[in-house]
Each structure stands twice: as structure tokens, then as C-alpha cells.
Design a protein around this ligand. Sequence first.
Ligand code: AMP
Ligand code: MG
Length: 374
Amino acid sequence: MTFFAKRMTVNQTEEITNFRFYRVLLLTIGAILILTGCGGRSEQYGSVDTAMGTVVSQTLYVCGDREEAASETAAVMDLLTGLERQELSWRIEESEVARINALSDEEKAKKISQGQESPLREGMSVPISSAMGQILQQIWQVSADSRGALDVTLGRLSRLWNLDALAVETAEITVPTQEQIRTALENTGYERVRISPGTLELPPGMQLDLGAVGKGIACDRVGEYLRSRSRITGAVVAVGGSVITYGQKPDGSPWKVAITHPREEGKYLGILSLTGEHYISTSGDYERYVMVDGVRYHHIFDPSTGAPARSGLCSVTIVCDSGLLADALSTACFVLGPQQGLALAETYGAQALLVEEDGTVHMTDGMRDMYTAE
Ligand code: AMP
Ligand code: MG
């Protein structure tokens, strides 16, 4: 900057002429690239696949041919598979979360074998990557702001309820006893954890479950990838209940994202119209559940009771500028219920749509501009 300003004073006319020349040259090259690369227009390509235990659907507008578009959708899938395998999954041994959990369990077993009566009281330190540190910091902020409605330390509780069985609608579950729930809750509690750069301090035996934020984090990573690819001009990528919209359509019309009807299968509750980059996440009691004696047992737990949340809500959708936050807030608001849920979303400047079991819909003001009921 300084260099340019100084030269301007030395030979202003020449510099301005050169500057104009280069600008015209760059604009011409740019126009040729657009015309040859895209024929003046990006084409739409789609793919449906599975990753992170859910369906991933991609609609990409790519400046290139079918083969180039296929390599982009494949790259997105690789990125999601890598995120699950290396960082977030508690089931895949080599992932960072599974490694934290394994160390935590080993330490608990060691303390018990040494005859310590309260192995859970003293914290232990586990090294973590800086990416994991950043993720956990953001999660812990939402946990604090929601007074524990979001708590990713409830790994033992979610295993007790056996979420894999809940993934199949017809599955039967054995409802845990109060005693089992109490024991599982002894190993939980976000407020018992300290996060510092490179280190996580947690009570031995605590198990992390990042299921409430994983798909949102996936959308953040997809966003980073899309921004790095100049030939992708627009995209909508859905990772289960979390969606990213990016860029624009060639005709400039808004992205349409449908919100699943929580009680009428195969129907939509309404449509969100969005332009540009947004992150959308829905949490619902219809996603993984089983009915036992007329009672719905679903996968979103109230950490204060250890049972599926009964806040009166059956679906929460959040729209904001971060995938992790959208996902974290949709789960937290579901647990908090309509009034506290709306208030939490508002403190984050996020837009929210909350549906009560009787069908009553609550919305933030900004959501009214995006949402059209079916
Ligand atoms: P979501 O669909 O984003 O609301 O996340 C639900 C998943 O997060 C569940 O399948 C559990 O693995 C986990 N989970 C359930 N309840 C909570 C909670 N209150 N806080 C954090 N994670 C939770
Ligand atoms: Mg969530």
C-alpha cells in the first residue's frame, strides 16, 4: 500500500495508465474464463449418499462438466467421512473423541483397581488438538448459556438409552430404571470439565457424545470447502437435519429449504427462502424414537432428568451463520421449551422456529421474513 502510494507521487500519470491497462487486461481474461469455463452459466448437479450415519444430499452449481462436478461432490463426501473417522465419532476407535473416551475409561478402571472410593472426583488431563479445543470451547459456551440444556458429556446416558435401537422405528427398547439413569448421570456434567489450549480436563469415566453438534460442524467444514472452490458458484448441502446454503443460483432466485412436518410423515411444515450463505439445523422428536405403551421415547435428552426431553416442543429449527451453533442451539432450545428456547436463540442473534406438540408455532421476528407455512 505504502509502496504504491509513494510511486503514485513519483510518476502519477504513468502509474494510472498502467493500472488502467492491467485492469482492462484482467477483466478481459476474467470474461474469457467465464465464457469458456461455464458457457456463461453454472450447471446444476446433484448427489445423494450416506455419511456420519445419515443421508447427505448435495445440490451444487458448478462451472464445469459432469466429471468435474462429480469430483466436487466426491470431495465433499471424503471430507465428511474424514471428519467422522478422525475427529467426531465415538464409535470409530481412531477418532479423537473415541480416544478421549477410551483414556477416560482407562483412568476410571485404574483408579477403581487401586481401590479409590471416589474415582470420579479427581479430574484427569487429556491432550486435544487445537481444532477439537475450538469446537469444545464453542459447545461449552452454549452449555453455559443454556444452563446445561446442551451437555455433550452425557455419552453414558445416550448409550444407556441405546440410540442405535432408536434409529429403527420399529425397534423395541427396554426403558432404563431410575437407578440406571442416576448412575449414568453421575458420569456427566459439562461444568466439571475444563478446556484450555491443547488440554481437556475431565472426571475419569466421563464419555463425550458430540451427536448434537456433529452434523452442524460438518456443514461448517463443507462451507470452508465451498469457499475454496472458485468453480462452485452455489450449493445446498444437507447432512441429515443440518443444511448449508451457499452462493447463489444462476437465475438469482432464493434457496428453498423445507422443514419436515413433525407429525405428518412425508409432509412439510413449511419452506425457508434464503439467499447466500446460511446454516440451518432442525432437532425433532420424530427423527429417532420408539413408542412404548403410547409414550414417545426419543433421542433428545433433558440432562437434568436423564430422560427424553418433555418441554412441550416436537421440532426446533435454527438459522444462523455457523453450522455448529445452529446445531447446538436447535438441541438446546428443544430441551428448554418455547419461551426459554426463543430467548436463547435471540441472545445469539439466531432465527428460530419452534413447534409445540399441539401444533402451535413460535418464531423470532427475522424468521417471519424467511418462512412460509405449507
Ligand atoms: P440433535 O438431533 O442435533 O438434536 O442431536 C441429538 C443427539 O445429540 C442425540 O442423538 C444424542 O446423541 C445427543 N444428545 C441428546 N440430548 C442431548 C443434550 N441435551 N445435549 C447434548 N447432546 C444431546
Ligand atoms: Mg443439534
